[in-house]
Design a protein around this ligand. Structure first.
Ligand code: FAD
Ligand code: NAD
Length: 489
């Protein structure tokens, strides 16, 4: 009798258990794009995501849409408007008196943008027949995923998948000697939600987040001090670009201190004392808020990876090959949880590749042509290698550059800070890297990506007609300069 009941229950469970061609765990730009593409390809797809947005409700789009790319760019834009009206419009003959700041409105605008876009993702899933399973996804043996919906009472659901794509993203890295309290000592998510401009703001880490969010609050009036452990600034960029950027950010008022190792933070009634050491000894700096922005780490600790024997390295990254295949057949991993830059577009492209490969198509991602952008003003953007990187890879190189002060459009815009640099192979002339510091760098870099994807030479780029007057003419001139043929300098 008991046996009979058990058989019936198992049969019932089996009948109830949903089966999918593809189950994606993680609804950020890697996971939701993979799910949409799988849906477009006619695969029966589910997306498991647990993110709870600022409003306390489930919200798709992961870090990028909820607490990363989009909200930070919304605030960067708002703060740029404020900075222009305060400091730049007068030169254009535009007088703006009594300019005031409404931080609440600025944050509300940012939140509205996030809501619009995250709801947009939900709409896209629906349109492509992707089932959103809200909750925490856990890998189980036998290609199963258990989904535990958020909320105490909700029952877990077990689904079966022919293919699983893990896209669980990343979380901020913490420092052992600085405890984030989310009030005065904060992470990047908190720093997108200050309700007033801190008078004195400290930032640990002069990386991408430190520079972007430091710029936001500095433009809005905070005195910003950035403490960076490394002696060299932005080591992943071209040194000429990094040098020009450091000089400009310091001119803008960011007090960037290099070689500064934070030792401790003392909490006082009217502020925080950050103690740090550099080559000259020990120092203390007083701040009201402190942003910790020392990198991010893959979010893989709650996946049940050990039980299913999913290979994860000592830093927490899921081990994958060039096609994002893990050590377990039919389980893939994409985005911030795997090697390569932690960038939204990199994860999305991996998502498309995996979905298409599951559907039997041929698809690759060229990791050598993934562009980077740092959305300071001016912006920093690059693709490919630096000169040093090329030399380390055994390539002989030549380079050309063009300063924006010689660009007619940049002069007309009063945006003359920065330069474009093109690096090419000394023998074949193939473009190996393009580095830009300047207004609109985020848009200009796309041309360099296309050129490199098609393995263009510097001469090819130099032969392409660029509209006049545009800042992108600087890319043209830098390519001409590789052969000593720049016209306007
Ligand atoms: P994520 O976006 O982190 O998404 C992972 C999702 O999976 C989350 O929703 C998470 O809740 C969910 N999840 C995790 N574990 C589970 C589980 N077990 N079950 C269910 N759900 C789970 N990149 C850019 O390219 N451009 C930028 O301008 C940019 N700006 C940024 C600004 C800031 C302040 C930050 C913090 C990051 C920024 N990034 C930017 C980086 C970018 O946000 C990430 O590279 C990108 O979000 C990674 O996408 P992902 O899909 O791999 O992971
Ligand atoms: P990051 O790696 O860019 O910078 C972290 C910085 O902190 C480094 O310069 C590092 O040397 C420094 N650091 C580390 N430990 C330190 C310590 N103890 N004291 C002082 N400095 C210390 O990391 P991030 O700025 O936190 O951003 C994380 C990632 O998110 C980025 O690498 C990027 O992949 C992504 N992101 C991208 C964008 C974009 O594309 N525009 C924007 C924001 C974030």
């Amino acid at each position: 009798m008991v046996y009979q009941l058990l058989i019936e229950r198992t049969y019932k469970e089996k009948e109830q258990m949903k089966e999918f061609d593809v189950v994606v765990i993680g609804g950020g730009p890697a996971g939701y794009v993979a799910a949409i593409r799988a849906g477009q390809l006619g695969l029966k797809t589910a997306l498991v995501d647990e993110y709870i947005g600022k409003s306390g409700k489930p919200s798709l789009g992961g870090t990028c849409l909820n607490a990363g790319c989009i909200p930070s760019k919304a605030l960067l834009d708002s703060s740029e408007h404020y900075d222009r009206v305060k400091h730049k419009y007068a030169a254009h003959g535009i007088k703006a008196e009594g300019v005031d700041l409404d931080v609440g409105q600025m944050i509300a605008r940012k939140d509205k943008i996030v809501t619009t876009l995250t709801q947009g993702v939900a709409g896209l899933l629906k349109k492509n027949k992707v089932k959103w399973l809200q909750g925490h996804g856990r890998l189980e043996l036998g290609m199963h995923v258990t989904v535990q919906p958020n909320g105490d009472d909700a029952a877990a659901e077990k689904v079966k998948a022919k293919h699983i794509i893990v896209a669980t993203g990343s979380v901020p890295r913490e420092l052992s000697n600085v405890t984030i309290d989310h009030q005065r000592i904060v992470d990047s998510t908190d720093a997108l939600n200050f309700d007033e401009v801190p008078k004195r703001l400290g930032v640990i880490g002069a990386g991408v987040i430190g520079l972007e969010l430091g710029s936001v609050w500095s433009r809005l009036g905070a005195e910003v001090v950035v403490l960076e452990a490394m002696d060299d600034f932005l080591t992943m960029t071209d040194p000429e670009i990094a040098k020009a950027a450091l000089k400009e950010f310091k001119r803008q008022g960011l007090d960037i201190r290099m070689g500064a190792m934070v030792k401790s933070v003392e909490e006082g009634s009217d502020g925080l004392t950050v103690n740090y050491a550099d080559n000259d000894g020990t120092h203390a700096v007083e701040v009201d808020k402190l942003i910790v922005a020392v990198g991010r780490k893959p979010h893989t600790d709650q996946l049940n990876a050990d039980e299913v024997a999913l290979l994860i390295d000592e830093s927490g990254y899921i081990h994958v090959d060039q096609y994002c295949r893990t050590n377990i057949p039919d389980i893939y991993a994409i985005g911030d949880v795997v090697r390569g830059p932690m960038l939204a577009h990199k994860g999305s492209e991996e998502g498309v590749m995996v979905a298409e490969r599951i559907a039997g198509q041929v698809r690759e991602v060229n990791h050598d042509t993934i562009p980077w952008v740092i959305y300071t003003w001016p912006e920093i953007a690059w693709v490919g290698k630096t000169e040093n990187g090329c030399r380390q890879a055994g390539r002989k190189v030549k380079s050309g550059s063009f300063p924006l002060r010689a660009s007619g459009r940049a002069v007309a815009m009063d945006e003359t800070v920065g330069l474009v640099k093109v690096i090419a192979d000394a023998d074949s002339d193939e473009i190996l890297g393009v580095h830009i510091f300047g207004a609109a760098a985020s848009e200009m870099i796309a041309e360099a990506v296309v050129a490199m994807e098609y393995r263009a030479s510097a001469e090819d780029l130099a032969s392409i007609v660029h509209a006049h007057p545009t800042v992108s003419e600087a890319v043209h001139e830098a390519a001409l300069d590789v052969h000593g043929q720049a016209i306007h300098i």
